[in-house]
Design a protein around this ligand. Structure first.
Ligand code: XMP
Length: 484
């Protein structure tokens, strides 16, 4: 594939299948860990699209809890987008960086009121310079009848406290909880000033999501999109100060001077991962390698709501685009395959073709966590899903993704997708399909999937044969939907 010819062949997911190979791999034993970018790993190689009908804080939280990642869209004011990032970063964070504190002279009554108001079971005690003096918890107060007593008389004093140093890893904190059998671990800096709090309750809550994608302080990973307009620098700075883990420069065509300039500027100010897209050629991939980006996003026109290819005549079918970029980058920069995933099998094909993760819009847009309410139409529930290049979305802010000003030439449509309930169910089915594919190929992990993958091109008749055919489906399974 890919030899220079007057007209090259481009293939996409529906054009190929992966050949089954000898296997001793059980799907449930496969390891689907991957990476999003140079410094952000994934336990589920799925990322939600930076679209205003797909990813806001709720979706980003849900994706990260399941091991993936959400990229918060940028059709929001700078303040709103960064507030959403902060919400994801604070969500049931194992580390509370600025816990509620009290002074040693407050009364038991005051601290009890405070604890019940904030629904917390303990409070670190500090002096007016922020130095840790002790901790007071509900269990220390059970037998205290004199509510006017000062808490310094009943708190656990500094000398008897187990503390952790600022920046302690979650693993080390867990070891301390295990060893000393207590519930609250105050963190201190080298001057003994309070620098955070880790609670056993929060660590146990995290057990419900053992594959959650968290940073080393135990906070969920979260990405956010930036554009290429005048406000980009200010937006990026605000997102970075909100704790965002990666900035994703979101354009329909990144291989342009304008995006090079924005990338250079962002590389200077961004100490977190910087991802740029979209590209589809090896040449573009090599150019972006020079700017030391942490991942590239691949796809021009494969999206379910995209009209770019028919409106402009431009694009490369998605599997060939992934292979073009993978061949150029040789694993040095992670690849996100963006758009065109219609079934879980497409994820297997995208990863086998060289992608490290897939970005999905349409298949996630019908879930509870996507922005917007569901609508009832002829007895079925739907949600609205619109292209960022649709007139409606561009008027709401995404014009610069398509380099447009003034009167608009849309490159996307407004659509409806079936309502699907919680996104966790959809992700479970998508991951299950990927695992099943890896089992057929005989791949224990994604690296082996790539090494063992043998694609076979299919004809239209082959594609028809692949789908249910010559029957009328009377009961839809949860992973195969007929869009009406
Ligand atoms: P899926 O197939 O998952 O694709 O729905 C989502 C991806 O499509 C891209 N996108 C667009 N592309 N016109 C386009 O040409 C649009 O209006 C548009 N909106 C989104 C985007 O990369 C997204 O992640």
């Amino acid at each position: 594939m890919g030899k220079e010819r007057p007209c090259n062949l481009g293939l996409t997911f529906g054009d190929v299948l992966l050949e089954p190979g000898y296997s001793n791999v059980i799907p449930s034993d496969t390891n689907i860990d991957s990476r999003f970018s140079k410094h952000i790993d994934l336990f589920l190689p799925i990322v939600s699209s930076a679209m205003d009908t797909v990813t806001e804080d709720d979706m980003a939280i849900a994706l990260a809890l399941q091991g993936g990642l959400g990229i918060i869209h940028k059709n929001l004011s700078i303040e709103e987008q960064s507030a959403q990032v902060r919400k994801v970063k604070r969500f049931e964070s194992v580390l509370i960086p600025d816990p509620i504190t009290v002074f040693p002279d407050v009364t038991i009554k005051e601290v009890e009121d405070l604890m019940s108001y904030h629904n917390i079971s303990g409070v670190p005690v500090v002096d007016n310079k922020g130095k840790l003096k002790g901790i007071i918890t509900k269990s220390d107060l059970i037998f205290e009848d004199d509510k006017n007593k000062k808490i310094k008389e009943v708190m656990i004093p500094r000398g008897k406290l187990i503390t952790g140093e600022k920046g302690i890893s979650i693993k080390k904190a867990k070891d301390l909880f295990r060893k000393h059998k207590f519930e609250k671990l105050p963190l201190v800096d080298k001057n003994d000033k309070l620098a955070g709090l880790i609670t056993l309750r929060d660590i146990l809550k995290r057990k419900e999501f053992p594959r959650a994608n968290i940073d080393k302080e135990g906070r969920l990973y979260c990405g956010a999109a930036v554009g290429i307009g005048e406000e980009t620098k200010e937006r990026a700075e605000e997102l970075l100060s909100g704790g965002v883990d990666c900035l994703v420069v979101d354009t329909a065509h990144a291989h342009t001077k304008k995006v090079f300039d924005v990338t250079k500027m962002l590389r200077r100010i961004c100490d977190k991962d910087l991802v740029v897209g979209n590209i589809v050629t090896g040449e573009a991939a090599k150019d972006f390698m020079k700017f030391e980006v942490d991942a590239v996003k691949v796809g021009v026109g494969p999206g379910s709501i995209c009209t770019t290819r028919v409106i402009s005549g431009i694009g490369i079918p998605q599997l060939t685009a992934i292979q073009n970029v993978a061949e150029a980058l040789k694993g040095k920069v992670p690849i996100i395959a963006d758009g065109g995933i219609t079934f879980s099998g497409d994820i297997t094909k995208a990863l086998a073709g060289g992608a490290d993760s897939v970005m999905i819009g349409g298949l996630l847009a019908g879930t509870d966590e996507a922005p917007g309410d569901s609508i009832l139409l002829e007895g079925r529930r739907f949600k609205v899903y619109r292209g960022m290049g649709s007139v409606d979305a561009m008027e709401a802010g995404s014009k610069d993704r398509y380099f447009q000003t003034g009167k608009l030439v849309p490159e996307g449509v407004v659509s409806r997708v079936p309502y699907k309930g919680p996104v966790s169910e959809v992700l479970f089915q998508l991951a299950g399909g990927l695992r099943s594919g890896m089992g057929y190929v005989g791949a224990h992990n994604i690296k082996e999937l790539r090494e063992k993958a043998k694609f076979i091109q299919v004809t239209n008749a082959g594609l028809t044969e692949s789908h249910p055919h010559d029957v009328k489906i009377i009961k839809e399974p949860p992973n195969y939907e007929i869009i009406r």
